[in-house]
Design a protein around this ligand. Structure first.
Ligand code: ADP
Ligand code: MG
Length: 209
């Protein structure tokens, strides 16, 4: 079982969008997946509840017991944790449970600066686990045709964590499919949005081997 935690204290960075899509993309790829909503606000649970025939199983664990709860409760191929904003104890609990930490950052310097504390926590954990824990940034809500995304990748290199090659673009299809409790991969499986999500899932799978 591999646990992927999508974390960033900053609200609006795209955690829930990426966590729901990543979970669904891994499932479409044939894996047995659980999505854990660690945000007390419950956005991923709200998303799942829209559809009666929701294919992605979602549970809420919004107490700092994620590591323990997953160990005793779940046997899945992948668990994707949708991170909570501004809850240090929940973030620590998710980091402890994770094999891979995905940090979505919007292409803005404010968002990059705001990840400093999280990066410190993640790096401490990487050291404790002798490098077994992996972590990477993903540029989230990138605006197509702008150079800022490339500049952001460069600015992030100061943090000494890799930046994934795949990125998630700002597209109306993300919020509009979310409103229906579904994903861009369900709405248009061959479209550009679905393709960038599958590229993300595949890149993470490769890095987890
Ligand atoms: P977080 O979970 O980090 O707070 P969300 O995934 O909820 O972030 O995203 C915040 C808002 O931005 C939501 O309204 C969401 O629909 C929108 N959003 C997130 N990612 C994208 C994207 N790639 N394109 C367009 N809108 C997005
Ligand atoms: Mg969220």
């Amino acid at each position: 079982m591999k646990v992927i935690a999508v974390l960033n204290q900053k609200g609006g960075s795209g955690k829930t969008t990426i966590a729901t899509h990543l979970a669904r993309a891994l499932q479409i790829g044939g894996a047995d997946v659980l999505l854990v909503d660690s945000d007390p606000q419950g956005s991923a649970r709200d998303w799942a509840a829209v559809r009666e025939d929701q294919p992605v199983p979602v549970v809420g664990i919004d107490r700092p017991t994620i590591e323990r709860d997953l160990k005793s409760l779940v046997r899945k191929d992948f668990v994707v944790i949708d991170g909570a904003p501004q809850a240090a104890d929940l973030a620590v609990s998710a980091i402890k449970a994770a094999h891979f930490i995905l940090i979505p950052v919007q292409p803005s310097p404010y968002d990059i600066w705001a990840t400093a504390d999280l990066v410190d926590l993640v790096k401490q954990r990487i050291e404790v686990t002798d490098g077994k824990l992996k972590a990477a940034f993903i540029v989230s809500r990138a605006i197509k045709g702008t150079k800022i995304s490339a500049e952001i990748a460069e600015a992030l290199s100061g943090y000494d964590l890799p930046v994934l090659e795949s990125r998630i673009t700002q597209r109306v299809s993300y919020p509009s499919t979310a409103a229906a409790g579904t994903t861009v991969n369900d709405a248009d499986p061959d479209g550009d949005a679905a393709r960038e999500v599958l590229a993300l899932a595949n890149e993470i799978k490769r890095l987890l081997i």
